[in-house]
Design a protein around this ligand. Structure first.
Ligand code: ADP
Ligand code: MN
Length: 636
C-alpha cells in the first residue's frame, strides 16, 4: 500500500505494505511534524507513532535522481490501480481519520461533497431567514453549489421530467435495483460509492425518460433490454422532440390558413350559413373544384322569393386572398362597365366585383340561349348558379371527356357557334376559353368560368379573342379533328374582322388594330346598333346590381347608421340642453328609408336647416358626412 506521501520519501527508506505514514494528499509529509517523540497530525489522520519514520535522503544527488522519481511514480500508479480493483477494500471508513486512506482522490471528493452540502444547507438557512413568511420569495439557488450541476441547458445533465409519469415496467424494475441518489449527489451502495454521475444509472434513467417524449419518436423496444442513454443523446432527443412539436404547431397554423385560402374564411362561412338558414340553399355538399381563384361546391337549391332554385346548384366562392388578383385587374379595370366603380373600390370589393362580373356575363349567355350555367344569386363574393352535371358530379371538362371523332367534330362546331353567338349576341369575348373551361354534358359544350369575359370594346378584347381561337384550334388539332382553320381564320370567323397578313403577324396586326380605336370602331359598325341596345341593357343590369349590392352592404350601413345615431344623440345632449325638441323622441327623424347621413344629408335633425333657428345642425351633418367619408377612406 502506498501513499502519495511517499513521493517525498527516498526509495531506500520505503517500507511498502507494512504501515505507511498517513499524510495528507497534498504533500502533507512536509507539513506533518516528523520525529519519534512527536505524534504527527494531519487533517486526514494521525500518523501512528509506532510507524517507522523514513530517513531523509542521503544526498542531494540521490534526492534528485530521475530513476528514483520514475520508480516512485510507477509504484504509486500500481498501488492506485490495485486499490481500485481490490473489491475487498472498504471505503466505508473513509472519513474515519484514524484509519488508513488509500485513495486520496476519493477522499478529497467525499470531503468536497460533504463540504458543498453543508455550504448549500447554510445557503438554504439564509434563504429561509431572508424570505421569512413573505408570499414572494427570493431564491438563493444561484448561490448553491449543487444546483449548478443540474443546469437545465447543460449538456452534461438531463432535463428533469416528472418522475411520477414514468410508467415503463422494465425500466422501473431496473431502476429499483439502482440506488436512489440523495441531493448531495452520492451514496454508498453495497461496497461501492455511487455518485449521480454514474453512467449506468443515469443512462437507465434517461432511457426511462424517453418514454415521456411525445409520440412519434421511435424508441424501439427500449424495455426489452437494458437500454442506457447518455445525457447528451437524451438532451438531443428532447430538443428534437420539442422542435418537432413546434413544427407540427406551425403545420396546424398552416391548415388554418389553408381553409381561409380555400375562401372559407369566417365571413364566407357566415354568408353560406345565412343562405342555408334562409332556405335559399337546402344543403351544401362537397367541394367540386378548388382552383387558384375560386372554390366550387355542389349545393342543393332551396327557395327564393321569386321561385325555387335549380335542384342542383354550383356555389362558386371567390377567394378573398389577393395573391392572384393582379392578373384579374386587367380584365376588369378596362371594362367600361366597371370603370367608374373600380377606381373607388378596394381590393376586397374588386373581388366582389369579379364575382358580380361573372354573374352578369352568365346572364347574358343564358339569355342568348348559350349552354352555360344559369346564374341564380350573387352575394358578395359568392356566386350561385345551376350545376352542370349529374349525381353531384360535375360534367367532365372537354379536356377530360372521352369523345368519339364524330363527337369531337360536333363539339368543335358547337364551340365556334357559341363563340360567334357570344361575340355578336352577348357582346362578349370569353378571354379564358380553353378545353378547361368548357364542360361536355348531354352531348353539348357548356361554357363556364365567365369571370374574365370582356366586351369587344375592351382595349385588349381582340387580343383575348385571338388567344381563345388559338387555344381552341390547338386542342381540336391535338384530338385529330380534320380541316381546322388557322387561329386567325377562326378569329375572322368569330369577329367578322379580317386582318390582312400571315398567321405569325396576327399579334402585331391585332395590336395595331386595338391601338387604333377609331379604326376598330369603324370595323365594328355593324355592331353599333346593338351597342345602344346593349348599353341600355347594361344600365338596367347595373341598377339591379346596385340593388343587390345595397342589400349586401346593409350590415355595414346599419352599423354606420347606428353609430351616427348614437353620436347624434350624444352631441345633442351636450350642445343643446334645454332646446326645444321638434324632432322625434331623440330629436332625430330619419328620412330616405334609413339612408345614413351623407353629403346629401338625408337625416334631418331638429338642428337641420329645415328647422329654422338652428344652424348648428348643418355643421353637425357636415361633420358627420366628413366623418363617414374618412371612415370609408379608412376602410378602403
Ligand atoms: P376557376 O376560376 O377555378 O377555373 P371555374 O369556374 O372554371 O373556376 O370552376 C372550376 C371547376 O368547377 C370547373 O372546372 C368545373 O369542374 C367546376 N364547375 C364550375 N362551375 C360549375 C357548374 N356550374 N357546374 C358544375 N361544375 C362546375
Ligand atoms: Mn376555370
Amino acid at each position: 500500500m502506498a501513499s502519495s506521501a511517499e513521493v517525498v520519501q527516498p526509495a531506500s527508506e520505503l517500507q511498502p505494505a507494512a504501515a505507511p505514514p498517513l499524510t495528507p494528499a497534498w504533500g502533507g509529509a512536509g507539513m506533518a511534524p516528523v520525529g519519534p517523540s512527536l505524534t504527527p497530525v494531519s487533517p486526514w489522520g494521525r500518523v501512528s507513532p509506532a510507524a517507522p519514520q523514513s530517513a531523509p535522503p542521503k544526498s542531494f544527488h540521490e534526492l534528485m535522481s530521475e530513476d528514483l522519481a520514475k520508480d516512485l511514480q510507477q509504484k504509486e500508479t500500481q498501488a492506485y490501480h490495485l486499490s481500485l480493483l481490490n473489491e475487498e477494500e472498504d471505503y466505508s471508513d473513509f472519513i474515519k481519520p484514524q484509519e488508513e486512506v488509500a485513495n486520496d482522490l476519493y477522499l478529497a471528493q467525499v470531503l468536497q461533497y460533504e463540504y458543498d452540502r453543508e455550504y448549500d444547507e447554510q445557503v438554504n438557512r439564509e434563504e429561509k431567514l431572508f424570505n421569512g413568511n413573505s408570499k414572494v420569495s427570493v431564491s438563493f439557488n444561484k448561490f448553491k453549489i449543487c444546483p449548478s450541476w443540474y443546469g437545465p441547458d447543460s449538456d452534461d445533465e438531463p432535463r428533469e421530467i416528472d418522475d411520477e409519469n414514468r410508467a415503463i415496467d422494465s425500466f422501473e424494475a431496473r431502476e429499483r435495483e439502482d440506488p436512489v441518489i440523495p441531493a448531495c449527489g452520492y451514496i454508498k451502495h453495497g461496497d461501492k460509492m455511487v455518485t449521480k454521475h454514474d453512467l449506468a444509472i443515469s443512462g437507465r434513467k434517461n432511457a426511462a425518460r424517453i418514454m415521456n417524449l411525445p409520440p412519434g419518436i421511435n424508441t424501439g423496444d427500449g424495455g426489452g433490454f437494458d437500454m442506457k442513454l447518455s445525457n447528451k443523446v437524451y438532451n438531443k432527443l428532447c430538443r428534437s422532440a420539442m422542435s418537432d412539436l413546434r413544427r407540427k404547431n406551425r403545420v396546424h397554423d398552416k391548415v388554418e390558413k389553408a381553409t381561409s385560402e380555400m375562401a372559407l374564411d369566417p365571413k364566407t362561412r357566415l354568408l353560406i350559413f345565412k343562405m342555408l338558414n334562409n332556405a335559399v340553399l337546402e344543403a351544401l355538399n362537397g367541394i367540386v373544384s378548388s382552383g387558384k381563384e375560386a372554390v366550387v361546391f355542389h349545393a342543393q337549391g332551396g327557395e327564393m322569393d321569386d321561385g325555387p332554385l335549380p335542384e342542383d346548384c354550383a356555389v362558386k366562392v371567390f377567394k378573398t386572398t389577393l395573391t392572384d388578383f393582379k392578373t384579374r385587374e386587367r380584365y376588369i379595370r378596362e371594362d367600361y362597365r366597371f370603370k367608374d366603380r373600380i377606381s373607388k373600390s378596394n381590393s376586397q370589393k374588386l373581388i366582389r366585383l369579379w364575382a358580380e362580373k361573372e354573374y352578369h356575363n352568365l346572364r347574358r349567355l343564358h339569355r342568348a340561349g348559350i349552354p352555360s350555367p344559369k346564374p341564380v344569386l350573387i352575394k358578395k363574393h359568392i356566386l350561385v348558379m345551376s350545376f352542370i352535371g349529374a349525381d353531384h358530379m360535375p360534367a367532365p371538362k372537354l379536356k377530360e371527356a372521352r369523345l368519339s371523332k364524330a363527337e369531337l367534330c360536333v363539339a368543335y362546331e358547337q364551340v365556334v357557334e357559341t363563340m360567334v353567338k357570344m361575340f355578336h349576341g352577348c357582346h362578349l369575348v370569353h378571354a379564358d376559353l380553353s378545353e378547361y373551361n368548357i364542360l361536355w354534358f348531354e352531348e353539348k359544350c357548356w361554357f363556364i368560368d365567365l369571370g374574365q369575359a370582356v366586351e369587344p370594346t375592351h382595349p385588349h378584347a381582340l387580343h383575348f379573342l385571338h388567344r381563345d381561337c388559338t387555344n381552341i384550334i390547338r386542342f381540336f388539332q391535338s384530338k385529330g379533328v380534320p380541316e381546322l382553320p388557322s387561329p386567325l381564320k377562326l378569329f375572322e370567323q368569330v369577329s367578322g374582322i379580317s386582318l390582312p397578313g400571315p398567321e405569325d403577324a396576327a399579334h402585331r396586326m391585332i395590336e395595331e388594330y386595338e391601338t387604333h380605336q377609331e379604326l376598330w370602331r369603324e370595323g365594328m359598325n355593324n355592331l353599333s346598333d346593338q351597342f345602344e341596345f346593349l348599353w341600355q341593357e347594361i344600365q338596367a343590369e347595373e341598377r339591379q346590381c346596385k340593388g343587390l349590392k345595397k342589400e349586401d352592404d346593409d350590415d355595414e350601413e346599419e352599423e354606420l347608421e347606428e353609430e351616427l345615431l348614437k353620436e347624434l344623440v350624444a352631441s345633442e345632449r351636450k350642445e343643446d340642453l334645454g332646446d326645444e325638441c321638434s324632432g322625434g323622441a331623440a330629436g332625430v327623424v330619419c328620412s330616405g328609408g334609413g339612408e345614413p347621413a351623407g353629403a346629401e344629408g338625408s337625416f334631418s335633425t331638429k338642428h337641420s336647416p329645415t328647422n329654422e333657428g338652428n344652424k348648428g345642425g348643418v355643421k353637425w351633418v357636415e361633420k358627420q358626412a366628413k366623418k363617414k367619408k374618412s371612415k370609408n377612406r379608412k376602410n378602403k
